[in-house]
Design a protein. Structure first.
Ligand code: TPP
Ligand code: TPP
Ligand code: MG
Ligand code: MG
Lengths: 323, 301, 301, 323
């Protein structure tokens, strides 16, 4: 099953189980079913709760917040995550704040879905991974779709938090299979919501990567194993923030991989937490691997030069461990 | 400001309950400015002096099941809805009994189906969401949003009006058009008219120039009933802001403020029915004084 | 879509230069779809098939000193302004000679006073800034912004219309109303009308149903002249989107597309003046083919 | 001279020197002169270039971008920095991107001024310090007003970058004097744009703090010196991002202080850079001192419990150095 099918099935399941759940977004209704077809079939089954909206990212996010205030659950699809910038005020200053700024907790069950990432030649305003800009908003949790976690569980967890959540979905991940790792690596769950891809032997380093770059990280892990006999353990957290991540005992080297362009990345926050908790155990600072500090160009040769890929990950890990 | 002194002609103050509520809001706001003057309040506040009759009139048209969204200038909206000067003052002063535990303060208040926040324009899309909920689960109930004329600068207002009209949401937008936004006169902030802004989205519009509670209710009753059936409405009140935007930041010429004071319901009602007015005014001020004395003496929230 | 087949009645194709430009844009867009079909293009593209006459007509009213802002569906806008299929195709394909070095691609193009970007609604406020500059330093010049009907969902559009009217900016908003936004028909995205949206801000509005370049110019000449004096204008073109939103994502019923094709200028002009049409069409396609052959063979930008 | 006067004088000077410079914002014209009076007198002297606007943060930021595109310089005042969330799209997806997404560099001389910070009881939507959410946008530089740097120089530097800049201005700083430090500490410039407050003797630690919290840091430094004989050197960078900061040779302990609420803070980015450059020289991880991870309440007793203050800074530094 491909990721997009898993996500679509999860939405069908949730819409069916929760009669108070709405889904809103641009062009989400059938037969179109959303720009990336994630919402296919939903409006046909739940016509009164799946609504195509005008091109109004700000307002539809506010509508979701209003539904949440009234006791409903709501999912907003932002066609391209780049445009969630238009909903930044509703998310930061209203939805997230409402959870606590009225003195008593206000449950706000809403999820803003953001397809993100490049690699498809969509250009500078349709290819970004803006996760980092949403870190540290009180009352706002961040998740990223992973090939290693059923999205029904992810969505259920987000709504159970009773606070607004943003779900980032790497566009290139949609067509990838779920739960597939290349031999000899094995997949298991390190802790609730954190997938682990590893070998039996003690790893030389730990690689932390959200779902969107997991395949790139795994490709690097395979080539590092074959060409350099470097053993990596990959951890893929479903929740990016607040981050609940335990390093395997004995970890001495950590790499954080993400597609975000350079500067103030999610990895810097992860590194900070790891440095505080494991300073003495580490052989060196956590190494961040991300895309260049640049807009994301359209032309394939320029785009691939900017975006993080398996070869970059391979090189950085090799150079860091082998000097 | 199109309020004309002719309005003063045939003055009939509202019944005791409405008049008392008007006077309570007036007393409350003046008490706040007094407390500020004496350095007993911190932060900021935006009084609704002169505009008290708007929420008082609206409350007569609203039902308990309706939702009310308010803004920075929301004390009157809250008092008209919940008759709770104590909880509000405690909130503003951060004392025990604060309706939002002192976290929200003057601009961020929530109680049951009443909610205010301090960022202009945010509340309209949110109210659309609540209205969408109501349309399906509590048909007949509506979401009422108070905004000012200056808030029509925000794009979110139009995104919301469009949704309300497209989806036939029970949304009632009450515009308190006091002709000014902080220091900016409406002529410098709004091209066209509020009526035109509503018409652009096929949303009904009523312009209310009266300051008389009963008259206003009569003028709006049908349109508000229609809102409950899914015909969104923009009710524009032409109303005077007698006080500063927040505290001591009024840059309008004295003559203009004098002109506004001349149409103030307070003076007109005092003159029209001195005896009843004085009695209710004394009662209202005494009650607010008592609340203030009590709240001021309380420990922090 | 209000385009009626009556329009087909008395067809007089435009002069050679305009017709050639129309045919060049048509040939260019079809070439793109062809290249996509053969897997030779990556990314995305939004063709203006059916709408070519809008920028061709507008160019006759614009001057070199004017600024033009375009959107995702901007190939026609660019070609009408700069007659540069080579630089545009190179940009879209990321080859040597790309007008923006391949960084921007189809949706992010800048050349001299032409600029496009891919986020709906962003360009109006920006164009207001340029218009503010022009009003002071180049009186008589204007800023022209192309947007679609669906883009009226964005609040920024209204914030900008308000500023343009308040500040009397030389802003010309050309709305390509093709009755659909991606897959959403205008009835599901817009309450009221575009005329009403303009009126709400006291902005002039013209609705153009003609597809005839010369007729359109005649209908708009005065209003565009007024824009240069500081009277902003919304020029709404009722126009057919013949192709998919981007590639192969057209969910409209076949009959509807057939109805649109029936009013397509291309077929009507071919029938009206077969000889001249064929000659110019052959020339345009030959030129575009040559450009494509050349660009495809080039090294990356 | 107080900071607000220095900032106002800087604006007067710039408006006079550059006839192509515009200033836009809500209620910025005289007699009001802006919510915090920073723009007093400007509209009287330059009526055609100082414009009060409707309440349209999104559009006026776009207008500034348009002016910049046309070759002007532009300053936007966002009345409360909290509302810059409404301009996030124009800043991130248009203004900053325009610098590079059209293949050739496009000079974009624009500054968005954001009064930020709490301590005045304005409540959750009028007290935030949102700097962290703007870190790492390609083509966007971040500055913060400092009591130790003339704002005329700051503004000149921002425009010289030819890229959009956000200038954060701590509201409580407005009424503070410029260039004042308590004896025995001395003030000098460590490197261009980075002020240093120090003693002659070798410091026990380095404290990095933006202008808004400099006074709180200095108060802590004084009490640490008197009560604990702990010697601190304070570095106050005018530019927050991209960060150009050199640690004094021999630095072994670093603290980063900021008012931002917890999570994904500016300090995490600073710490990341320091860890990479000085890993072996440090006795421990860079310590971040910031406000709690919470909305900022209105009531004074609740607000002060959330916001970082001198006593918190004192305690964290003492505990970190003395255990
Ligand atoms: C998005 C946003 N921008 C600016 C402000 C600052 N502000 C608070 S009230 C106000 C004026 C509002 O004017 P209006 O809507 O007419 O309401 P009034 O104060 O007249 O009741 C402004 C600019 C704000 N709270 N939110
Ligand atoms: C802010 C934003 N939201 C969504 C999109 C995705 N999108 C691209 S084109 C489009 C439809 C635009 O419709 P319209 O304005 O009518 O122009 P048309 O495509 O019909 O020419 C949408 C939703 C976008 N580019 N920007
Ligand atoms: Mg007003
Ligand atoms: Mg359209």
């Amino acid at each position: 099953m491909r990721v997009v099918e898993n996500l679509n099935a999860a939405l069908h399941e949730l819409m069916e189980r929760d009669p108070e759940l709405y889904l809103l977004g641009e062009d989400v209704v059938d037969p179109y079913g959303g720009a990336f077809k994630v919402t296919k079939g939903l409006s046909t089954r739940f016509p009164d709760r799946v609504l195509s909206t005008p091109i109004s990212e700000n307002a539809i996010t506010g509508v979701a917040a209003g539904l949440a205030l009234a006791g409903n659950s709501a999912i907003v699809e932002i066609m391209f995550g780049d445009f969630v910038t238009l909903a930044f005020d509703q998310l930061v200053n209203f939805a997230a704040k409402s959870v606590s700024m009225y003195g008593a907790p206000v449950p706000m069950r809403m999820v803003v879905r953001c397809p993100v990432g490049g690699g498809r030649g969509y250009g500078p305003t349709h290819s970004q991974s803006l996760q980092k800009h949403f870190i540290g908003v009180p009352g706002l949790a961040l998740y990223e779709v992973s090939p290693f976690r059923d999205n029904a569980a992810v969505l259920a967890e987000m709504f159970a938090r009773q606070e607004p959540c943003v779900l980032f979905e790497d566009k290139v991940l949609y067509t990838r299979p779920m739960n597939e790792v290349a031999a000899p690596f094995r997949l298991d769950e390190q802790s609730p919501g954190v997938a682990r891809v590893s070998l039996d032997e003690r790893p030389d380093c730990v690689v932390i990567a959200p779902g969107g770059v997991a395949h790139r990280a795994m490709a690097a892990m395979s080539s590092l194993l074959l060409e350099e006999e470097i053993v990596c353990t990959l951890l893929v957290p479903s929740r990016l923030y607040p981050l609940g991540l335990e390093l395997p005992p004995g970890t001495r080297r950590v790499f954080v991989v993400e597609e975000s362009t350079g500067g103030g990345t999610w990895g810097a926050e992860v590194a900070h937490q790891i440095h505080r908790a494991h300073w003495d155990a580490l052989d060196g600072p956590v190494t961040l691997v991300h895309s260049a500090d640049s807009v994301i160009p359209t032309a394939p040769h320029l785009e691939s030069a900017v975006l993080v890929d398996a070869s970059t990950i391979h090189r950085v890990i090799r150079e860091t461990l082998r000097g | 400001m199109m309020v004309t002194t002719e309005a003063a002609a045939a003055v009939r103050p509202p019944g005791d309950e409405d008049l008392s509520l008007l006077l309570t809001i007036r007393a409350f706001e003046e008490k706040l400015l007094d407390l500020f003057g004496r350095g007993m309040l911190n932060g900021t506040t935006h009084t609704c002096l002169g505009q008290e009759y708007v929420p008082v009139a609206m409350e007569g048209l609203l039902e308990a099941r309706d939702h009310v969204f308010s803004n920075h200038r929301g004390h009157g909206h809250y008092l008209a809805r919940h008759r709770d000067p104590e909880g509000l003052l405690a909130e503003i002063m951060g004392r025990r009994g604060a309706v939002c535990a002192g976290v929200g303060g003057s601009q961020h208040i929530r109680r049951e189906r009443y909610l205010s926040t301090g960022v202009q324009g945010e509340s309209l899309p949110v109210a659309c969401g609540v209205a969408l909920h109501l349309r399906r689960t509590e048909p007949g109930a509506l979401a009422c949003v108070y905004i000012g004329d200056g808030t029509f600068g925000e794009g979110g207002v139009y995104e919301a009006l469009n949704l309300a009209a497209l989806w036939r949401l029970p949304l009632l937008v009450v515009v308190e058009n006091n002709g000014i936004a902080q220091s900016t006169p409406i002529a410098r902030s709004m091209a066209g008219s509020i009526a035109g802004r509503a018409a652009a989205f096929g949303v009904e519009h009523r312009r209310i120039e009266s300051m008389e509670v009963d008259e206003i209710r009569a003028q709006l009753a049908d349109a508000v009933r229609a809102v409950r059936e899914g015909a969104p409405l923009v009710a524009e009140f032409v109303t005077p802001r007698l006080g500063p935007h927040s505290k001591g930041d009024d840059t309008r010429p004295a003559e203009e403020i004098a002109r506004l004071r001349a149409v103030d319901w307070y003076a007109r009602y005092a003159e029209a029915e001195p005896e009843r007015f004085q009695r209710l005014d004394r009662e209202a001020r005494a009650a607010v004084d008592a609340v203030a004395e009590d709240v001021v003496a309380r420990e922090p929230s």
